[in-house]
Design a binder for this molecule. Structure first.
Ligand code: SF4
Length: 327
């Protein structure tokens, strides 16, 4: 059941004009250009919702998530959380923010220290944030192991003794052990078998209710994003091209790129026909993105105006925003 977010309320996280332009060096060491990995992305996260970010690999969705956590420094923009711009935080304030915003990665194995037992891996974030004494930390870890569906004896195991699904549960436990408010999940199920994917998605939903969490869920597979998201933002070549409540996006996709993404998703009712849009060409290089609408080199509906003028975002349906000259 989609969460009805009240958008008159103050967003929990307000991202505005986010940019990341990576400099590219030429043969003589000078800067010959910039890769515009994220270019002017704005969105809001409301308390208790899941906002899905979807798009092809290389569209900037992971870079967006990492910038919010300051794992990558932005080129420009702001991200307000509790009346503070995350990008201006330093020292203790930045340390405290990192407790409240946590990240889950695609491959937890590479981020779990193979020489440490699971118990020690999970107690580490508690120690970093000075939460509890040794005995209390052990109790908190046992509790979170239970919450993510692991057994008490997993406390004494090493990461290599666990399956892929169990390791992702530990990745989740490590993010949640400090009781964050926002979880940024970057392709958290992409490396897992389909049957395990649905277990992890269901677990994320249960934990969201139980721990009152807000999610930014990043994935390239729009059918996975659909299963968990209340709202979805579609990214293309560093920018958000469409943003809508999940049902509205699937029933009435407005941007030709969203329509192309949805064309690959099977419909539950085979009698229902959907407009099929097949994209031509490859994703252009973010080093020299096309002028005007960055999608114009692949769009079957391209018009002259698309080649010169950047389309502005418009709310075409209720809470359904698109950036396209067709609307
Ligand atoms: Fe296609 Fe033009 Fe819309 Fe871009 S603005 S998606 S090129 S119709």
């Amino acid at each position: 059941m989609p969460l009805q977010t009240d958008e008159s309320q103050t967003p929990l996280l307000d991202v505005q004009g986010l940019k990341k332009h990576f400099p590219v060096k030429g043969a003589l060491g000078g800067i010959k250009g910039h890769v515009k990995a994220v270019n002017n992305v704005s969105f809001q996260l409301y308390e208790g919702e899941t906002f899905g970010l979807v798009g092809e690999s290389g569209c900037g969705k992971s870079t967006t998530g990492r910038m919010i956590l300051r794992l990558i420094e932005p080129t420009d923009g702001s991200a307000f959380y509790k009346n503070q711009d995350i990008f201006r935080l330093t020292g203790k304030d930045l340390h405290n923010m990192r407790k409240e915003l946590q990240m889950v990665f695609q491959d937890p194995y590479s981020s779990l220290n193979p020489r440490k037992r699971i118990g020690s891996i999970l107690e580490e974030p508690l120690a970093i944030h000075s939460m509890g004494n040794k005995k209390e930390r052990t109790e908190i870890v046992m509790d979170i192991l239970h919450k993510v569906g692991m057994r008490v004896d997993h406390y004494y195991r090493y990461p290599h003794e666990l399956s892929g699904g169990q390791r992702q549960r530990i990745g989740l436990a490590r993010a949640l052990v400090v009781n964050p408010k926002i979880l940024i999940a970057d392709e958290p199920v992409s490396a897992l078998d389909v049957s395990i994917q649905s277990q992890i998605i269901n677990l994320l939903r249960e934990l969201q209710n139980e721990m009152k969490l807000t999610y930014l869920f990043i994935a390239h597979d729009i059918s996975v994003v659909r299963h968990i998201s209340d709202r979805i933002g579609v990214m293309y070549l560093g920018g958000l091209v469409e943003e809508a409540p999940t049902d509205s996006l699937f029933e009435n996709p407005l941007h030709p790129y969203t329509k192309a993404l949805l064309a690959a998703v099977p419909l539950p009712n085979p009698r229902v026909k959907r407009e099929r849009i097949v994209l031509k060409g490859e994703l252009p290089s973010p080093l020299s993105p096309p002028s005007g609408c960055v999608f114009h080199t692949r769009c079957p509906f391209v018009m002259d105006i698309c080649k010169t003028e950047v389309p502005v975002k418009k709310e075409v349906l209720k809470r359904h925003i698109v950036a396209c000259h067709l609307h």
